[in-house]
Design a protein around this ligand. Structure first.
Ligand code: NAD
Length: 312
């Protein structure tokens, strides 16, 4: 049986990854300080194959048993969270990543970091291949997150090249699905809940900025394939088939919820990227990975998980 450590395992993506790993027969050790995660996300995971360790990974990670994989997901991820927690975000990306890499080195484990499409910033190349270096404002409000992840990638490659740690870098694009916090501020969860509650959907700017939306199950399958491959260079994981304007995403939520909500427009936040779509040529070639769940189906599954009946 393989043993996996998942930092940030009580969060949205981390808890789905814990589920997936347990289903694959792994023993899973979830390390989390519950800064933005919740015990509710993992309370169904009981038994000898799952442990929870309450720990801030910035302070260190001590695991008293052999480890085969370290999945490092701990980090505030939504703009509301990292704007509220700028120093924690920088520290978990720097010290926290160094501690997770140190654990992988000590245990001779395969290491995977959840990086982000935000390393491309407001991109001048579209769609974004892994070879694009990005367009990030280091001192803008989003810089604390974007630069923490860019530093974390640099640190990961340095541990690989200098220390021989077996590392992987997943550049995750916008992902949606069950267990996103209702008030975490990301567009998909805000829109779906506003549509369900019959409230106006609040779209920033004129709603023409785009994101590519990947359902969480597809994303987690991609992370696992990357972790079990021998790839060391960054790999984009996201859904290029679903590049939507924010207005189109709002309309899809209204459609699937069968809602009569209207759309209202608010000021665009500073440095909000205008376009975002992954080039997943490498994920297809190296991992044989392809997203399978289309947007309406993903939204319907998510609605059902919230106890609502979708249209269609
Ligand atoms: P989330 O906020 O739901 O989960 C993050 C988890 O990390 C939470 O459980 C939180 O308590 C924990 N955490 C934060 N700081 C910690 C610390 N210092 N020590 C221990 N635990 C800590 O966010 P998410 O959406 O699940 O994102 C998970 C990872 O995936 C993040 O690294 C994020 O940058 C990356 N990512 C997510 C998306 C997305 O669309 N969800 C996109 C790109 C990248």
């Amino acid at each position: 049986m393989s043993t996996s450590v998942v930092t940030g395992g009580a969060g949205f993506l981390g808890s789905h990854l814990c589920d997936y790993l347990v289903a694959q027969g792994h023993r899973v050790i979830c390390v989390d300080n519950l800064e933005t995660g919740s015990l509710e996300n993992i309370e169904h995971l009981k038994g000898p194959e799952f442990s929870f360790v309450y720990q801030d990974v910035v302070d260190g990670i001590w695991i008293d048993e052999p480890v085969d994989y370290v999945f490092h997901l701990a980090s505030p991820a939504s703009p509301i969270d990292y704007l509220r927690l700028p120093l924690q975000t920088l520290k978990v990306g720097s010290h926290g990543t160094a501690n997770a890499l140190g654990l992988a080195k000590w245990k001779r484990a395969r290491f995977l970091i959840s990086s982000t499409s935000e390393v491309y910033g407001d991109p001048q190349v579209h769609p974004q291949p892994e070879t694009y270096w990005g367009n990030v404002n280091p001192i803008g409000p989003r810089g604390v997150y974007d630069e923490a992840k860019r530093y974390a990638e640099a640190l990961t490659m340095a541990y690989h090249k200098q220390q021989g740690v077996n590392t992987a870098i997943a550049r995750i694009f916008n992902t949606y699905g069950p267990r996103m916090r209702k008030n975490d501020g990301r567009a998909s969860v805000t829109f779906l809940n506003q549509a369900i509650e019959g409230k106006p959907l609040t779209v920033f700017g004129d709603g023409s900025q785009t994101r590519s939306m990947c359902y969480v199950d597809d994303l987690i399958r991609g992370l696992y394939l990357l972790a079990t491959s021998d790839e060391h260079l960054p790999v984009n994981i996201g859904n290029p088939g679903h590049e939507l304007t924010m207005k189109e995403l709002a309309e899809a939520c209204i459609r699937v919820a069968g809602s009569s909500s209207t759309i209202v427009y608010e000021a665009l936040p500073t440095d909000d990227p205008l376009v975002r779509r992954p080039d997943i040529t490498r994920a297809r070639a190296i991992l044989g990975w392809e997203p399978e769940i289309d947007l309406d189906e993903g939204l319907r599954r998510w609605m059902r998980s919230l106890g609502h009946t979708p249209v269609g």
